[in-house]
Design a protein around this ligand. Structure first.
Ligand code: SR1
Ligand code: MG
Length: 434
């Protein structure tokens, strides 16, 4: 049975897209020339949607259209088209705070569930660049700014509750995409699930050990609980290196279709987890052991600079923009409490950032495990053809991930996280998870 779609919706293709775009005066002018001369190619390599690049005589655009099902799996897994609306809304909100770090939206069509946006060129998906060991000097400062501002300014620290709650209500409708995360990240890798897969037989034992690790499953369930009910800020919801397009000087965060109000540590941790996954995958791509030592070093420094920069910037934004209903300025400064009030603010900020760090460390671990034992894998590891070498990289990744989830409260700093990664990378022989 074909999936039913709302009236007015049809999945576009390379032949039908130009006629639609020609009805939009601004887009038509931007492309220039006759619609029949526009070159269209479908370039989507993600798990869910269609993505087209359209090139005209005068310029180009990128079009992203939701399909009524999960592209990775096919029409046996229907998925609401509304995710295009959530992506459009999230990008528009983020653009208020981090305009140069997200793509410019040119048009949204609510009937076709289609976003027309600027085409990012010569940008590439960061994950692909990292597989080729390309250093991105501007990335870390840009991601610090993106994460600190997009999270701070949509939280109760910046927004009065009367503004934040209606926004939360809008994004509360993104249940289907949240459910993908709830199942694929926090549940399936820890049980026998039909869509799970891993490098077998090499990882059979470690997958079974993870499925039977009660302490680990309890810690993951706490993280899932927070994901379900801690609506702290508007999250990107899928902030990994496949959702970031880069050049040497420019960085854009794309694809916030999983956006919803959730725990801030999820965005921060997902990014850190994906950088760690790239770190461990490098051994599978080098021609000789040690060839990519410098790149590994850059990756770990990037992780440290990202967290430390994020923490500093978030606290700075908090100190300078106390416009929300949480931690009211009256209780934390001047007046009767004077110096003590300001000290109390510093203490509150310190405790808050510690909690966010612990969340991020745990979520980093869950993001790594799901890419090795769950349905959707990352090409960082998938492109390693030699199964034995891939399994070695994956074992190290899993070992750190389990440790991060179980030990999050005991890990003192981001430098302790990167030190653990370095130690594991240097370990010879079989790496265990425990
Ligand atoms: C079925 S969708 C699988 C994954 O693709 C996206 O990148 C998200 O990470 C999602 O979990
Ligand atoms: Mg995506």
């Amino acid at each position: 049975m074909p999936i039913e779609t709302p009236e007015g919706y049809r999945a576009l293709d390379e032949a039908s897209l130009p006629a639609f775009l020609a009805t939009l005066p601004e887009i038509r002018d931007r492309l220039g020339g006759a619609a029949t001369d526009w070159r269209v190619s479908e370039v989507g390599d993600g798990n869910l949607n269609l993505v087209f690049i359209v090139e005209g005589k005068a310029g180009d655009v990128c079009c992203k259209q939701a399909l009524p099902y999960v592209r990775l799996v096919g029409d046996s897994w229907p998925l609401p088209l509304e995710r295009a609306f959530f992506e459009y809304r999230a990008t528009t909100i983020q653009a208020r705070h981090v305009a140069g770090l997200v793509p410019e939206i040119l048009h949204y069509d609510p009937a076709l569930y289609l976003i027309v946006m600027e085409r990012l060129s010569p940008h590439i998906i960061m994950r692909r660049g990292m597989i080729d060991a390309v250093v991105y000097p501007a990335f870390v400062d840009h991601l610090v700014e993106y994460s600190a501002k997009s999270l701070y300014f949509t939280s109760d620290l910046a927004l009065p509750a009367a503004e934040k709650k209606p926004l939360m209500a809008t994004f509360a409708g993104n249940t289907a995409l949240c459910k993908i995360t709830e199942d694929l990240i926090f549940t399936d890798p820890y049980r026998i699930a039909p869509l799970n897969r891993w490098t077998s037989p090499e990882l059979d034992e470690v997958a079974a050990a993870i499925r039977s690790d009660g302490e680990l499953k309890r810690a993951v369930s706490v993280l899932k609980y927070k994901f379900l009910c801690h609506g702290e800020a508007l999250l990107h919801g899928d902030l990994h290196t496949g959702s970031i397009m880069v050049t040497q000087t420019d960085t854009r965060v794309i694809d916030p279709e999983f956006a919803f109000f959730g725990p801030m540590g999820f965005d921060v941790g997902k990014l850190i987890g994906n950088l760690l996954l790239s770190y461990f995958s490098q051994a599978g791509h080098e021609n000789a052991p040690g060839e990519r030592d410098d790149y590994r070093q850059w990756t770990l420094e990037t992780i440290e600079r990202f967290w430390n920069g994020f923490e500093r910037r978030f606290v700075e934004l908090w100190t300078q923009n106390r416009t929300g209903d949480a931690f009211p300025p009256d209780l934390f400064e001047a007046g009767e409490s004077g110096e003590a009030g300001l000290r109390a603010l510093g203490q509150a900020q310190h405790a808050f950032m510690r909690g966010l760090f612990e969340d991020a460390v745990g979520y980093a671990g869950t993001s790594m495990i799901r890419r090795i034992l769950g349905l959707a894998h990352n090409i960082d590891l998938e492109l390693i053809e030699d199964q034995g070498r891939r399994a070695d990289c994956e074992r190290r990744t899993l070992s750190l991930a389990v440790d991060l989830i179980k030990q999050a409260k005991q890990i003192p700093s981001i430098e302790a996280v990167t030190a653990k990664a370095e130690t594991l990378q240097a370990t010879t022989g079989t790496v265990s998870t425990g």
